[in-house]
Design a protein around this ligand. Structure first.
Ligand code: MN
Length: 155
């Protein structure tokens, strides 16, 4: 059964991508510093973080309150995720998003550290870097920098 997935770009202490996959009414979440890649030869570090509620995956804007970085968040990609394998140290999913498509593997290498890698299928694009080449939100067309500039906090 297809679940929702969302990838957000989040400008916190360090800029990172939050990869979130719906599971059992929550969003299993990983922070991926360099973002997903469509190149099956590229392995990206993915640090598992706490599950988030479904509403977190709808957020685009600037986190208020105590700030690290600008706090800006954009919805970088979203769509459906078919979970084809779900084991303690391995999650295989097939994504159907605007930017990400086809099979992806999340493999735990120890503790909260996982590796995110594109499966070698017809959607794979060797030599590509979608995180760099397509920086804007799929909802608003804005980059995180534009969102940060538009939503300056009032003081
Ligand atoms: Mn984050």
């Amino acid at each position: 059964m297809a679940q929702r997935f969302v990838v957000q770009v989040h400008d916190a202490t360090r800029l990172h991508f939050d990869v979130r996959i719906e599971s059992g009414g929550v969003l299993r979440s990983w922070a991926v510093p360099k973002g997903p890649s469509m190149d099956p030869g590229v392995r990206r570090l993915a640090v598992q973080v706490d599950d988030h509620d479904l509403a977190a995956g709808e957020f685009e804007g600037v986190h208020q309150g105590r700030r690290r970085g600008t706090g800006a968040v954009i919805i970088w990609d979203e769509g459906t995720a078919d979970v084809v394998r779900d084991e303690p140290d391995r999650l295989s999913i097939v994504l159907d998003g605007h930017k990400l498509a086809g099979r992806f593997e999340l493999v735990r290498t120890g503790g909260t550290q996982w590796i995110l890698v594109k499966g070698a299928d017809d959607h794979a694009r060797r030599g590509s870097d979608v995180a760099h080449d397509q920086p804007a939100s799929v909802r608003s067309g804005r980059t995180w920098q534009e969102v940060a500039a538009l939503e300056q906090p009032t003081r």
